[in-house]
Design a binder for this molecule. Structure first.
Ligand code: GCB
Length: 607
């Protein structure tokens, strides 16, 4: 089950990182011959020699960068190419190439040789390129990216064909999930080095007691040649945020337990004056002469998560989650990493008084989660499974793989408080319980330190999967999709449903989605659907229900759908996309944001 480690590339005495981000050459095969790039081996020479290219920024989605609707709605492969210089100084290193995320399927060639492929977006992958890269000369890196979704992809989709008058048959992608299927090289592309014998993975689990904490660590070392390194030793040191060494003596060994007296704990934002406190675990692999052969510095937070039938606790304190479901989505960039948006989002989350968000409906960038670790946001970390249907064994395999890759990536993050294994799976289907039993078991073999949830959309009476979850999350749109316009019914219905979920499963309950589409600038009294007043009132009706249910002790969190407006596929129910944001797509507040702010800060003050 366990995959080889995939530590984020960090520079150190023994490691260098070179970014390949920037403009790449980009080409689209002709609509009537989508496999032309593969058939004609576009990777075997410069793309610009065989087809027309444009400059495409990496990282970014390609869909909204140009003015072409056929590129926006393209289905099938597109091609990217970058030429880079191989540093001579890397002669005695091992060289790796890492993609933060490519959506959906990536095939990668270096100087004409296929070096790797990867399926499923939003997760990193890496390949060793030491023997493929020319040092002291130019190299050609070619990537084919295919966005096609089928019943065997995560998430699922469907291809339909139709006739056009001018261009003949066209392929169209359909999907049931409610966000645009942005595609491209979405996150940074990094070339990086590791020494011959290197730290392949580090796993850290922290436990908190009175006045003392323990850090259990495990280091996996890749040793190229056992003879060369007769006694590969591992040394571990711990530094606080001011870079003071806090261990009395260096720990030797690839597995061990560090004891920290009077630790500074990692607390969520607003729960402490130093939320998100991070230590640095310095791991060194030493060679026989005791010189440092590899050094990796991992930021860690000391905190412990526990849960029971009514609560989730951090450092023995029960948590009440107040936050949002989000999306990685911005104008022009689509789902491509945009640091300005990441920074602004965390700023607005702080402004509004939130302490959490769910990475709906796929894993977010490592850069965003670094900020969450540092600022103290609690993350419900969701894998890319949305609206799962047709529970086949092949799908189960891929779904499990996406969870393995997610947990490998995020297992050491203090901000990650819970795993979400799916959004709105069709859990009324007869084959869903067995499927989710296996999914949850799989997660438990990889991590037993965090609770598991899924955002369920079927009713408590219909659901068959909640029995396997530690926390029940549900999505419901009272006053919007249900009883549209009847705000007078909302509070009662929400209370009734929270109670029903608890009665059925006896687990902590979270409302993971609720909200109303809202056109900024549209005002109407009395409240009418789509107006700013309607959104504010609908949220207030939920707040009333939450306050009543909180006192019961098992209702532990509220997540507004959505933090900001976002792009969806074109449909007549969406105006420029989904408008349920409390902030607009360009991250300015709607009227409701001020109401939420009042509530969330009042809740924070109670902690
Ligand atoms: C949901 C989905 C979310 C949608 C939302 C809506 O239940 O989980 O992806 O965007 O409803 O606004 O319809």
């Amino acid at each position: 089950n366990k995959l080889t480690g995939l530590l984020y590339p960090r520079e150190s005495e023994s490691r260098e990182v070179k970014s390949l981000d920037g403009f790449w050459d980009f080409a689209v095969p002709p609509a009537d011959d989508l496999q032309k790039g593969h058939k004609d081996a576009w990777y075997s020479t410069n793309l610009s020699k065989v087809t027309k290219v444009v400059s495409m920024p990496v990282p970014s989605s390609y869909n909204d960068v140009t003015t072409s609707s056929s590129l926006r709605d393209h289905v099938g492969p597109v091609w990217y190419e970058k030429t880079f210089y191989g540093p001579v100084a890397w002669k005695s290193d091992r060289i790796f190439l890492r993609f933060g995320s490519v959506n959906y399927l990536a095939e990668v060639w270096m100087n004409g040789t296929l070096i790797t492929s990867h399926e499923v977006g939003h997760l990193p992958f890496e390949v060793e390129v030491t023997t493929f890269v020319l040092l002291g000369g130019n190299n050609r890196l070619t990537v084919a990216v295919d966005n096609t979704l089928s019943k065997l992809t995560v998430p699922q989709g469907k291809i339909v064909e139709a006739e056009t008058e001018s261009d003949g048959p066209v392929k169209m992608q359909t999907y049931t999930f409610d966000f645009f299927n942005y595609a491209g090289i979405h996150r940074p592309v990094l070339l990086h080095t590791k020494p011959k014998n290197y730290i392949q993975d580090i796993s850290v689990v922290t436990e908190v007691f009175d006045q003392v904490a323990i850090i259990k660590y495990q280091v996996d070392v890749f040793s190229l040649n056992a003879k060369e390194v007769i006694r590969p030793g591992v040394k571990v040191d711990l530094y606080d945020a001011d870079r003071n060494n806090v261990l009395e003596k260096t720990e030797i060994g690839s597995e061990g337990v560090l004891e920290i007296k009077n630790p500074k704990l990692w607390w969520p934002i607003y729960m402490d004056k130093n939320p998100g406190y991070l230590y640095t675990l310095e791991v060194c692999v030493t060679s026989v002469d005791c010189s440092k052969a590899d050094v990796y510095r991992l930021p860690i937070g000391i905190r412990q998560i526990e849960w029971n039938n009514s609560s989730v606790l951090i450092n023995k304190k029960p948590i009440y989650f107040r936050g949002f479901g989000k999306h990685e989505d911005a104008a022009l960039r689509g789902r491509g990493l945009d640091l300005v948006t990441v920074a602004r989002d965390h700023e607005l989350l702080t402004w509004v008084g939130a302490n959490t968000y769910r990475t709906s409906h796929y894993p977010y960038s490592e850069e965003a989660l670094n900020l969450a670790d540092k600022m103290g946001f609690l993350i419900i970390d969701e894998c890319p499974s949305v609206d799962t249907d047709k529970f086949s064994s092949q799908l189960l395999k891929k779904h499990k793989m996406s969870l393995s890759e997610l947990i490998r990536r995020d297992k050491n993050r203090p901000s990650v408080i819970m795993w979400s294994v799916a959004n709105e799976p069709r859990t009324l289907n007869r084959d869903s319980p067995n499927y989710f039993k296996q999914i949850v078991n799989h997660v438990k073999t990889l991590d037993i330190t965090r609770p598991v949830t899924a955002a369920i959309a079927v009713s408590p009476a219909e659901d068959r999967a909640g029995q396997y979850l530690d926390v029940i999350s549900f999505n419901r749109y009272h006053g919007w999709y249900l009883s549209t316009g009847r705000l007078d019914l909302v509070t009662h219905r929400v209370m009734e449903e929270i109670q029903a979920w608890h009665d059925k499963y006896g687990k902590p309950v979270i409302m993971a989605e609720y909200g109303a589409d809202t056109m900024p600038g549209l005002h109407e009294l009395p409240e009418y659907v789509w107006s700013e007043e309607y959104q504010a009132k609908l949220l207030s009706c939920h707040f009333k229900a939450f306050d009543k249910m909180r006192s019961k002790g098992y209702f532990i969190g509220e997540f507004i759908w959505n933090f900001a407006d976002f792009r969806t596929a074109q449909t007549y129910t969406r105006v420029g996309g989904n408008k349920k944001g409390v902030f607009t797509r360009d991250r300015q507040p709607k009227m409701a944001a001020f109401h939420v702010r009042k509530r969330y800060h009042a809740l924070a003050a109670e902690e």
